[in-house]
Design a protein around this ligand. Structure first.
Ligand SMILES: *[C@@H]1O[C@H](CO)[C@@H](O)[C@H](O)[C@H]1NC(C)=O
Ligand SMILES: *[C@@H]1O[C@H](CO)[C@@H](O)[C@H](O)[C@H]1NC(C)=O
Ligand SMILES: *[C@@H]1O[C@H](CO)[C@@H](O)[C@H](O)[C@H]1NC(C)=O
Ligand SMILES: *[C@@H]1O[C@H](CO)[C@@H](O)[C@H](O)[C@H]1NC(C)=O
Ligand SMILES: *[C@@H]1O[C@H](CO)[C@@H](O)[C@H](O)[C@H]1NC(C)=O
Ligand SMILES: *[C@@H]1O[C@H](CO)[C@@H](O)[C@H](O)[C@H]1NC(C)=O
Ligand SMILES: *[C@@H]1O[C@H](CO)[C@@H](O)[C@H](O)[C@H]1NC(C)=O
Ligand SMILES: *[C@@H]1O[C@H](CO)[C@@H](O)[C@H](O)[C@H]1NC(C)=O
Ligand SMILES: *[C@@H]1O[C@H](CO)[C@@H](O)[C@H](O)[C@H]1NC(C)=O
Ligand SMILES: *[C@@H]1O[C@H](CO)[C@@H](O)[C@H](O)[C@H]1NC(C)=O
Ligand SMILES: [Ca+2]
Length: 579
């Protein structure tokens, strides 16, 4: 029985929503009365009995890297669940709906991170700041604190394809379609804009939607997407394999000294000495880690740990000192060069120079007194769960070569072409619908290579503007899909190694201004959030233009073919196009 339709008495109150208070519309019965109808999305049945609703007033959203923060916010906190016909499943949805007075005619879908599809409350707050209804989903993975890994394997050898497809693109789509309909009925308004915001896995989720559902969003702020996962996840093992190939296992301290030297040497290549390498392309073309050989390093004991496969992913290590060896410099150069197979053909790009060598973090063996390579946690999880379909916490690097990485990449390209790869380059529907995307990526990202984003942006250019030369094609593309590399920034945040760099904290505001007011962000607003120039505003150049500071300190956005080309190598080891 449809409880929702039977409670229309309260909906009738809504002849003028703006006159209603939060208390009027933030009740279980009111929310039940405005739920999307059964089969509003074919095959989906909502559970009115599952509705929870509570009013929250004078709430403060804290400022974070991707949200400026705001206080005095009033909203209705709503959850409910649904099932798919033919499946014995439950997917939970969670929406924050601004009070009728604070609703600014906007809806926002938000994405997750890592193997989680939801960022929880922190992400929902990003919508409230802009007067938007914000929605997130648990993907059907067992609640807002569970992620895909808890349900991906039904048993060794049995992949849960429903969960994989939910994660790949279906769950965010369903949450968005249902969220927009809920918004329409809740405020009795069909006249609102819809947006997406997400970074990392949340960035991949954003592209999964834009590529398939061109009319779903009017605008999107997409950061450092963890897409092209067949490459991205295996690539997390690359730095380990460089070490085993060289049979040299540098301490994190030794690599940190090389990275410090790289930042110092390349800082000024952008025309301004500020501790920030704003031109990693020039750094890549001009710097050689051999210049660090013989330089001293010294670090205190470290407890290790941290984000598996990411920053601080190595084990505990004792205090150490020494001087940079030729082997360590050679390891660093091979990491920056990217992945090549045994025939000398290029398989994939790498992180930009100045990004910390996080995946290379070694562990210390207290009984032998030696450092050793420890497989990155992200790669381990991907290769075991997704490729081999075994529930295991270990992955031996014995016998794993550059060619093994290539084989795993090709396996993932086939297996996950329609789920995790997420690089479909034709965005015609989105473009025809007038959609706008701001895509950004920390240039010193040490988890998803910045070039990964450059490659996709360029693929969309080539597919959508095949008859235009590169420069004209970029001009056409950038009218609605812009890519901004963020100098000195790490993964979805400013970095600690180049703290004076800016970050586009209010990127969603820029998307909103573009969509609603036609203000095109030729350069993207960004703010220094840490460092010695905190709060200073800077503009970011849109790719393919690159920043360069003149002698008088003015930043220009320049077009330099050699720099552009350095981001876009040919992957001659891969027998298909790499989008
Ligand atoms: C919704 O708004 C329209 C006008 O925009 C009005 O005609 C209609 O009565 C309203 N419906 C409800 C249930 O308030
Ligand atoms: C709202 O919260 C702020 C603190 O964030 C507090 O100073 C203020 O008094 C509160 N206002 C009301 C009306 O409760
Ligand atoms: C929102 O609702 C959920 C589910 O009832 C609850 O766990 C959470 O604490 C609520 N959040 C706020 C801010 O009220
Ligand atoms: C690298 O630079 C940072 C910041 O200046 C410093 O704290 C750290 O000790 C340096 N590391 C090495 C190994 O030189
Ligand atoms: C900020 O830091 C940079 C790099 O460390 C330095 O060159 C610059 O002088 C500093 N500026 C101020 C105002 O301290
Ligand atoms: C770095 O210098 C060494 C020694 O001169 C040379 O063999 C190597 O090719 C150079 N590497 C790069 C990336 O420039
Ligand atoms: C370097 O490490 C050695 C032990 O390996 C220690 O004896 C020495 O004091 C350290 N020197 C510095 C400058 O930390
Ligand atoms: C640590 O070193 C000991 C002694 O050389 C060796 O037996 C052991 O396998 C090593 N452990 C790892 C994890 O490498
Ligand atoms: C699944 O496979 C892994 C790796 O082979 C093994 O360690 C684990 O015991 C297996 N689990 C079950 C339940 O069979
Ligand atoms: C960008 O910054 C300028 C000031 O430099 C400001 O006027 C404008 O409103 C900002 N735009 C956005 C979208 O934040
Ligand atoms: Ca600089």
């Amino acid at each position: 029985m449809r409880l929702a339709r039977s409670v229309l008495a309260s909906a009738a109150l809504l002849s003028s929503t703006s006159a209603l208070s939060l208390a009027d519309v933030c009740t279980v019965s009111y929310v039940q009365s405005v739920l999307p109808a059964d089969n509003f999305v074919e095959g989906i049945t909502l559970s009115p009995d599952s509705v929870t609703a509570n009013a929250v007033t004078n709430y403060t959203v804290a400022s974070s890297s991707l949200c400026p923060g705001k206080s005095g916010l009033d909203f209705c906190n709503v959850t409910f669940s649904y099932t798919h016909t033919g499946l014995d499943d439950t997917t939970n949805l969670w929406y924050w709906l601004p009070s009728p007075e604070q609703f600014a005619n906007r809806y926002l879908s938000i994405g997750g991170g890592g193997l989680s599809i939801t960022p929880g409350q922190q992400g929902l707050g990003n919508g409230l700041v802009y007067g938007a209804v914000a929605g997130t989903t648990d993907g059907g993975f067992g609640g807002f604190n569970s992620d895909l890994t808890s349900v991906l394997l039904l048993a060794n050898g049995t992949l849960n394809y429903n969960a994989l497809f939910a994660f790949g693109y279906k769950a965010i789509h369903e949450m968005s379609v249902l969220g927009k309909e809920l918004t329409r009925q809740y405020y009795n308004s069909s006249d609102f804009y819809s947006y997406y915001q997400g970074c990392s896995e949340g960035g991949r989720e954003g592209w999964s939607q834009i590529q398939r559902y061109g009319t779903q969003f009017d605008g999107a702020a997409v950061g450092a997407p963890a897409f092209r996962q067949a490459f991205q996840q295996v690539f997390h093992l690359f730095e380990n394999v460089v070490e085993t190939t060289h049979n040299y296992y540098p301490s994190s301290c030794e690599l940190q000294r090389i990275n410090n030297d790289t930042i110092a040497a390349c800082d000024g290549l952008d025309g301004r000495v500020d501790g920030v390498v704003s031109r990693t392309d020039l750094c890549k073309l001009q710097h050689n880690a051999t210049s660090s050989i013989g330089n001293p390093f010294s670090c205190k004991a470290s407890s290790g740990g941290g984000f598996p496969g990411g920053p601080g992913g190595g084990g505990a290590s004792p205090a150490i000192n020494g001087t940079v060896s030729a082997e360590a410099a050679s390891v660093a150069n091979d990491i920056i060069k990217g992945l090549f197979d045994s025939k000398g053909r290029q398989v994939y790009i790498s992180f930009q120079p100045s990004a910390p060598f996080s995946d290379a973090a070694t562990s210390y063996n207290t009984s032998s007194g030696q450092y050793y390579a420890k497989a990155s946690g992200i790669a381990l999880q991907y290769i075991n769960l997704f490729l081999k379909e075994v529930d295991s916490n270990s992955l031996s690097l014995d016998g794993v070569t550059y060619d093994t990485l290539r084989t795993w990449i090709l396996e993932g390209m086939q297996k996950f072409a329609d789920t995790l790869q997420t690089t479909w380059p034709d965005l015609e529907d989105f473009h025809d619908n007038g959609g706008k995307v701001i895509h950004f990526h920390g240039e010193s990202d040490d988890s998803v290579p910045a070039a990964s984003s450059v490659i996709y942006h360029d693929s969309v250019r080539k597919i959508m503007y095949p008859d235009q030369d590169q420069k004209d094609g970029y001009d056409s593309l950038n009218e609605w899909y812009k890519l901004f590399l963020v100098p000195g920034a790490g993964h979805c945040a400013p970095s600690t190694t180049q703290p004076n760099g800016p970050f586009p904290q209010a990127v969603l505001q820029s998307v909103i201004d573009w969509v609603e007011n036609g203000i095109e962000p030729t350069m993207l607003n960004a703010t220094v959030l840490n460092g010695n120039t905190t709060d200073v505003e800077q503009k970011l150049c849109g790719f393919p233009l690159r920043p360069y500071w003149d002698d008088d300190g003015t930043m220009e956005c320049v077009y330099e073919q050699e720099s552009i080309d350095s981001w876009l190598p040919t992957f001659d080891s891969i027998p298909l196009p790499v989008y």
